[in-house]
Design a protein. Structure first.
Length: 142
C-alpha cells in the first residue's frame, strides 16, 4: 500500500486541518468541502486504503469517535437535529481519498443533503437466496 494521502499529511502535521478531536488512534477534523456546516472526517492515524486493510478494532474506534462527535455537533453552535455517517469503500462507492475515513455529517431541516435512491422490494425468495450467499462468504472468511 502507498501510505501517502492528504490525510496522512494532515495526521503528520504537514498539511493544515481544523482539528476537532485527536487521540492515539484517530484524528477528526472539518471537511474542506462540507456537505453541511460542521461536516467532519474521522480518520485512522494508521492508514488503510480500504475496509479490507482496516484493523477491525480501529474500525470500531472510528464509529465510537463518530458517536462522540455526533453528540458534540448537537450541543455545539452547529445545533443539528440529526447526523448521518457515511463511509465510501472503493471507487464505485464514491471513495476519492484512499485512506479510510468516516464522514460525520450534521443534518438540519432543508439542508439540501440526502440520499437519492429508489429502493425496490424484491421477492422474499431473492432476499433469502442473497442472505445464504452472504452467510456462506462469512463462513469461508473465518
Amino acid at each position: 500500500m502507498d501510505p501517502y494521502s492528504i490525510f496522512s499529511d494532515i495526521v503528520a502535521g504537514r498539511a493544515p486541518a481544523s482539528r476537532v478531536y485527536e487521540d492515539d488512534d484517530v484524528l477528526a477534523f472539518l471537511d474542506i468541502r462540507p456537505m453541511t456546516p460542521g461536516h467532519l472526517l474521522v480518520v485512522p492515524k494508521k492508514p488503510a486504503r480500504d475496509l479490507a486493510e482496516l484493523d477491525p478494532v480501529l474500525g470500531g474506534k472510528l464509529f465510537q469517535v463518530g458517536q462522540l462527535l455526533a453528540a458534540a455537533l448537537r450541543d455545539s453552535e452547529v445545533a443539528c437535529d440529526g447526523v448521518n455517517f457515511f463511509l465510501a469503500d472503493g471507487v464505485t462507492a464514491g471513495q476519492e481519498v484512499f485512506h479510510v475515513h468516516l464522514h460525520v455529517i450534521p443534518r438540519t431541516p432543508g439542508d439540501g443533503f440526502g440520499l437519492r435512491g429508489r429502493p425496490r422490494t424484491p421477492p422474499r425468495a431473492d432476499l433469502d437466496y442473497l442472505a445464504g450467499s452472504i452467510r456462506g462468504a462469512l463462513q469461508r472468511g473465518r
